[in-house]
Design a protein. Structure first.
Length: 647
């Protein structure tokens, strides 16, 4: 990884020249960015079809308003419905245990589809649409037939074996949960949409399914089966609630399989003159089958080993850690309080790299990586500072809200959760790069070593050292919260070394990625502490805890949005091309567009000031060659589109 440096290195003159050139530009930054827009040159490819980093960024912007709504819903559910939906930590613990029992079997049956569908869609949708359809078709049919086999065999096994074992209490949870294996088309259609880079539609599906329909169904089924459990001693309250949760999270899959198919049909018809029926072909070219078999066998050996290791770890934890279901939920809940940090993903990095690198656009791939890290940490640092600033609120909420009476102690793991979330992107970057660049064989070799390391790690710390007993609470946090960190980071280091030497250069521009966002986030602490010592308690006394928390989060969100990004621009965190990317991403931001249009105006005004004081564009991510390669990819895409139209 390469740090952006200043005067004491050979790049000094280049950086100075670039900064000087940008400082000489007299026109408005909002007008300057138009020179990079390719919409007029390629009018058939606009919005989500236009190639560039703005698509991944637009996807994350799209989510912001949804995340605000989701957070408000979570507060409502936690404060009012948690005692009903999950009255005991064991509700989540039992479901987690049930999920681990058949995990190895599920992985074994996925042997034919472990080749990374979305990355192959991203590669071939530009070069060869016919092959793209064959990848989709194979995945659909494989999921259908193997799903039917899994449901049949595992149902029989549950009735014949599980009901007579120590896991008999999980029988109905297992039976209901495994039904998701058939037909399994939702994941196929969603991966296809993601590979096609129509990320807005992926987010519509994600929001409607996860935050609307599934929540409504889950609440309804939990209420019903809770009543059944309370009135039927053979089921009981706890099992009734769990069954309602499992059924509620399953029914919605059928609904959204149809919706995802509808979206996919529209895209195929508009851009390729095809229909959803073409995705069910049973003819496969030899080279397609060769890639499927080659990468499926490799891709399956690793998940199978990983699932075996996970199953071994799971049973080792359950057999050695007293009250594992309780502790896994308490620690998980505490870390989940920092979960908003990870709401911002890697901007579909793997598919973006597959699209560019496999078309011999190496510089563009490197640009995607640097931009992904920069923008991801811009969001994550903002949220992390907010969470650290509002820690006093957590301690009040978790002790005063009756919904948390069984979860007291979870607040002690929040800081650990912040650290875990902030470090995790550096673990995920090499994974996305290795898959996107099709270095799957090399990645699998490294991952096999990682999984073997996990076996040793589990035995050494749980069975031999028994750190959960000798290290106390920290030992439990180490095993459950920082699960397998030692082998994971060894694998991560090995991947970085291989990528840097054999694939491409991963460059992290630390000043614009970490330092400037951290400085810009400092006011978050001041604002939240000021509110804590002035307005929070009077408002709480007037309208109650739940309403006060909801209002506080909403107000803080808007205050941060409208101060953090402008301050980042004022400190020189943006360059000319970043402003262009910001504008294009905002155009794709869907329900969040009204908010980010205001952000755009504030950022441009701050950029004007930073240009006057000479800091604008001082720490840029080089973009000239990457933009040239975007234009070349658009030409290839146009050629493929016209070829299909002629057919």
């Amino acid at each position: 990884m390469v740090e952006d440096r200043e005067p004491d290195n050979p790049d000094r003159s280049t950086n100075q020249d670039r900064a000087s050139a940008q400082a000489d530009i007299k026109i408005d930054p909002g007008e300057t960015v138009k020179k990079y827009d390719l919409d007029k040159e390629f009018p058939e490819f606009t919005g989500w079809e236009a190639i560039g980093f703005h698509r991944g960024l637009g996807r994350e912007f799209w989510q912001v308003m949804i995340e605000l709504i989701t957070t408000s819903l979570d507060i409502f559910i936690i404060s009012l419905l948690l005692p009903i939906l999950a009255p005991f930590p064991e509700v989540g613990g039992y479901q987690g245990i049930a999920g681990g029992i058949y995990a190895l079997v599920y992985t074994a049956f996925d042997v034919g589809t472990n080749f990374g569908l979305n990355r192959f869609i991203a590669e071939y949708r530009i070069k060869n649409v016919k092959k793209m359809l064959q990848f989709i078709s194979f995945t659909i049919w494989w999921q259908s037939f193997t799903g039917l086999i899994q449901v049949t065999i595992l149902s029989i096994f549950t009735f014949q074996v599980i009901v007579n074992s120590n896991f008999a209490y999980l029988a109905w949870i297992l039976l209901l949960g495994l039904q998701k294996q058939y037909p399994g088309w939702l994941g196929v259609f969603r991966s296809t949409l993601e590979g096609m880079q129509h990320l807005g539609k992926v987010e519509v599906l994600r929001f409607l399914q996860g935050q609307v329909v599934e929540r409504i169904l889950t609440i309804g089924f939990v209420l019903y089966f809770r009543w059944v459990g309370e009135t039927n001693v053979n089921i009981g309250l706890l099992m009734g609630v769990i069954i309602g949760n499992v059924i509620g999270s399953y029914i919605d899959d059928f609904i959204f399989e149809a919706i995802a198919a509808y979206y996919l049909h529209g895209i195929l018809k508009k851009y390729f003159g095809l229909s959803i029926r073409d995705c069910f072909t049973l003819h496969y070219d030899r080279d397609v089958m060769r890639e499927i078999i080659f990468y499926s066998l490799q891709g399956s050996a690793l998940p199978f080993l990983s699932s075996f290791v996970g199953t071994y770890t799971f049973f080792t934890y359950v057999g050695n850690i007293n009250a594992y279901a309780y502790w896994s939920t308490i620690i998980g809940r505490g870390i989940a309080f920092a979960g908003q940090i990870r709401q911002f993903g890697d901007f579909s990095l793997s598919t973006a790299i597959a699209e560019s690198y496999m078309s011999e656009k190496k510089t563009l791939s490197e640009f995607y990586i640097s931009s992904s890290v920069k923008w991801r940490y811009m969001f994550m640092i903002m949220i992390a500072f907010i969470i650290l600033a509002i820690l006093p609120y957590f301690y009040i909420v978790i002790r005063e809200l009756g919904a948390f009476k069984y979860y007291i102690g979870a607040e002690n793991f929040i800081i650990a959760g912040v650290f875990i979330r902030l470090a995790w992107p550096f673990v995920e970057i090499p994974d996305a790069v290795m898959w996107g660049t099709k270095k799957i064989t090399q990645f699998n070799i490294i991952r096999v070593c990682e999984e073997l390391g996990k076996l040793l790690n589990t035995w050494f710390f749980v069975v031999f050292l028994r750190v959960h007993e000798t290290w106390g609470t920290f030992g439990l946090l180490f095993l459950i919260g920082f699960s397998q960190w030692i082998p994971i980071w060894i694998k991560t280091a090995a991947c970085y070394i291989y990528i840097q030497k054999r694939v491409l250069n991963i460059k992290i521009y630390w000043r614009s990625t970490i330092i400037i966002p951290a400085i810009a986030a400092l006011p978050n602490i001041l604002i939240t502490q000021l509110w804590y010592y002035t307005g929070f308690f009077p408002l709480k006394a007037a309208i109650g805890m739940e309403a006060t928390i909801a209002i506080s989060i909403a107000v803080l969100f808007f205050v941060v949005i409208f101060t953090y990004f402008p301050l980042t621009a004022l400190l020189g965190g943006f360059d000319e091309y970043q402003l262009f990317t910001l504008k294009k991403a905002i155009d794709l931001s869907g329900p969040s567009k009204p908010i980010f249009k205001i952000v755009e105006k504030l950022v441009i005004k701050s950029a004007k000031i930073s240009r006057k004081v000479g800091v604008f564009g001082r720490y840029p991510i080089p973009h000239e060659e990457a933009h040239k390669e975007i234009r070349e990819l658009m030409e290839i895409k146009r050629f493929e589109l016209n070829k299909n139209k002629r057919k």
